[in-house]
Ligand binder design. Sequence first.
Ligand code: KG4
Ligand code: ZN
Length: 332
Amino acid sequence: MIVLGIESSCDETAAAVVRNRRQVLSSVVASQVEAHGHFGGVVPELASRMHIESIESVVEQAIAQAGICVADIQGVAATRGPGLLGALLVGFSFAKAFAFARNLPLAGVNHLEAHIHSLFLTEPSPKFPFIALLVSGGHTNLYYVTSENNCELMGQTRDDAVGESFDKVARMLELGYPGGPVLERLARQADSDLIPFPRTLLEKDKFDFSFSGLKSAVLRYTQANPPANEKDRAQIAASFQAAVMYVLTCKILQAARAKSCSRVAVCGGVSANTTFLQSLKEEASKEDIHVFSPPASLCGDNAAMVAARGAVMLEQGQTCSLDDDVFSRIPR
Ligand code: KG4
Ligand code: ZN
């Protein structure tokens, strides 16, 4: 089955073509990062307008790069939520029009499930069951994934998401937006154990996270010791990153032990952090646990993962009608 995927939940307009659930024929991402960078974060109204401007050409490029024609598309999948409502509406409405004009089935995809499906778009992909840590700008969720359709939420952040914390600390260090990649690069220039920032593990037998205390500690530290140069900033960045990595590594390995599972995976924007991945792999290998992650191009928001999740839904007849709407939060 050839599926056209569309993603517009935040600040990336993306389209992709995926064949037989797992073969990525094309994946086009038009990032709005530069435009939002001027404001230090995503401006929802600007995001919606920019999605409107680029959605048509992004879809055209995805179809052209896949080497197919429109008539070859057998189903459409678009992100339905969670995300920014106005931004979601653009991609989802476009997908509705595209699908219903051509009498194609449409899948309304959960963005978080799509991130998990990014793990199936490369070899080797994890066999079921596995533990998945989704770390993005809006979420820090730990799942026990038992099949393509079933994942148990074991824990989540009680306050800030990991990506959000990276972005906020990067802002304190005046590194621009989005801060994650820049902060990781800067952190390579310093030792990670110079500043003892808090490593909040909450209850021992639970899998929730909390990063607001760490964020406040970094703020207090930078106020008391304003970084005077690149070296000072690098020390703060490296110590902050080490604290985050410690907590994430502890919880993901603890979850693997609790489920007697020898496979763990990370996905979402922050999984592009190679420092974290390397250190997680080192720790996991001590317990014979294998670590999986998507290729760098599929860590952040993209439409290939949406098409991959959508393909499964379409095969199972989980389709949307013209009346269906987007959602900003996961319906309970
Ligand atoms: O998955 P994503 O593209 O969008 C959301 O669904 O939120 O994740 C974006 C987040 C941003 O907060 C960004 O700073 C973070 O992922 N990020 C990173 C790195 N690359 C992206 N955080 C830490 N290290 C990185 N290398
Ligand atoms: Zn995302």
